[in-house]
Design a protein around this ligand. Structure first.
Ligand SMILES: Cc1cc2nc3c(=O)[nH]c(=O)nc-3n(C[C@H](O)[C@H](O)[C@H](O)COP(=O)(O)OP(=O)(O)OC[C@H]3O[C@@H](n4cnc5c(N)ncnc54)[C@H](O)[C@@H]3O)c2cc1C
Length: 387
């Protein structure tokens, strides 16, 4: 939705949107039953009020999000994205908005891109944008404790219902591996349950490195005391040149930040933080844990791809699919196929764009430029059902 709402000129092309879910727009956000690490005003400033998505800016759900001060429940963002999805559905012909029919295979043959959906439907296209989001697969470092490990996303989505049966006669020993926003979102669910008398737990949060905390500016950062587990900002790298904010996107914010500080100051009984260079260094603790919450990061969601008949991994064996400077996935041997990637790396995006706003419009411009170029001579594209 970021891409399309920032670059609605993409709708002037023969565009098809394919989504595995029932509704275009909200993506993963309905599953995040936690508070944001962003602010409502971060969103939709990129939408041209005079463009096709402009009227949605006046929708009460969108206004509520954008005017909200401070942290908000991510359900608010899911609702706003839903409104943009509704608008998209009115802008595309019905057969060009495909829902609940996931893309399962991409076959690249020179410039031609052949898509196969789960239903068996096939689509040939001249350009493809992969915007499949991220997943949280089981991490190798926790393999010895896999039977007692759940991903942080489960707690974020299902809260206490995510927990397996646990001892009821003593405080449950829980280890959260990782010190990110996801880790502290899971920790907050647990802390709220403890406060509500629904859980008795000893929770240890394992940090690999010092944690980043968001500050509105450097003066605010200097004014606060910092414990040994808090990362000190690199003045050249970690201050947003647009806003002066410190760790603008990567820093813990709102209640997650408050919980970090509370634990760091020893003010939250039953919760401790430990810095460990490697997971194995906490083997004793993990052996004794009743439950381990994995919050060690995300990978790009993949699907099967072939290039000239040979299987191909768009991430090149790494965790994240990273586009080249032109926004395309670098293909082997300079294959000219136009496959772009939007997002698919853990937030904040990491392709040189300063903010998501810049990333959406940047990628949209790159796709429009590629579409403006005629296909290479001698390679007519099979446009049976084109995008
Ligand atoms: C715990 C947590 C908290 C976060 N908090 C914030 C926050 O406060 N603010 C913020 O801005 N960001 C936050 N983020 C980041 C945010 O989730 C992502 O930036 C955002 O969801 C990325 O959107 P996306 O469209 O790239 O991916 P997703 O939202 O994951 O959407 C992927 C889409 O691809 C579809 N799809 C997947 N596979 C297929 C397929 N094979 N075929 C067709 N469709 C497919 C899915 O149905 C889905 O609609 C958070 C992330 C996490 C994990």
């Amino acid at each position: 939705m970021g891409l399309l709402t920032a670059t609605p000129a993409l709708l002037d092309h023969r565009l098809t949107v394919i989504d595995a879910g029932p509704r275009p727009g909200p993506g993963a956000f309905p599953g995040y039953r936690i508070q944001s690490n962003s602010t409502g005003s971060d969103f939709f400033g990129w939408v041209d009020p005079a463009g096709p998505f402009g009227p949605v800016l006046d929708d009460p759900a969108v206004r509520r999000l954008r005017e909200h001060r401070g942290a908000f429940d991510l359900a608010l963002l899911a609702g706003a994205l839903d409104r943009f999805g509704d608008r998209l559905a009115t802008l595309l012909p019905p057969d060009r908005l495909i829902r609940e029919d996931p893309l399962v295979h991409v076959a690249v043959d020179k410039e031609a891109i052949g898509l196969t959906l789960a239903s068996g439907r096939r689509i040939d296209t001249r350009a493809l944008v992969l915007a499949l989001g991220i997943t949280e697969p089981a991490h190798d470092a926790l393999a010895p404790w896999a039977a007692r490990t759940i991903p942080s996303g489960r707690i974020v989505r299902d809260h206490l219902a995510a927990l397996p049966p646990l001892p009821a006669d003593r405080p449950v020993r829980i280890v959260i591996a990782g010190g990110s926003h996801s880790a502290y979102s899971a920790a907050l669910v647990l802390a709220d349950a403890v406060d509500a008398g629904r859980l008795s737990a000893e929770v240890t949060i394992l940090h690999r490195g010092p944690a980043r905390l968001f500050y509105p500016n450097m003066d605010a950062q200097v004014a606060e005391p910092h414990g040994p587990l808090e990362a000190l900002p690199d003045l050249a790298r970690d201050i947003c040149p647009e806003t002066g904010q410190v760790f603008r996107y990567s820093g813990l914010r709102h209640r997650a930040r408050a919980l970090f500080r509370e634990i760091a100051q020893g003010a939250r009984q039953g919760f401790t933080q430990r810095q460990i260079p490697a997971i194995d260094d906490a083997a004793d603790l993990l052996d004794r844990a009743d439950l381990i919450v994995q919050a060690l990061g995300y990978q790009s969601r993949r699907l099967a791809m072939t290039i000239d008949g040979r299987p191909w991994d768009p991430a090149g064996g790494r965790a994240v699919v990273r586009p080249g400077p032109d926004g395309r996935i670098p293909l082997p041997e300079g294959s000219p196929a136009q496959i772009f990637v939007m997002g698919m790396d853990p937030y904040p995006y990491d392709d040189g764009a300063l903010t998501p706003t810049g990333q959406y419009a940047l990628r949209g411009g790159q796709i429009l430029a590629a579409l403006a170029r005629p296909p290479a001579a001698g390679q007519p594209l099979p446009l049976a059902e084109p995008v």
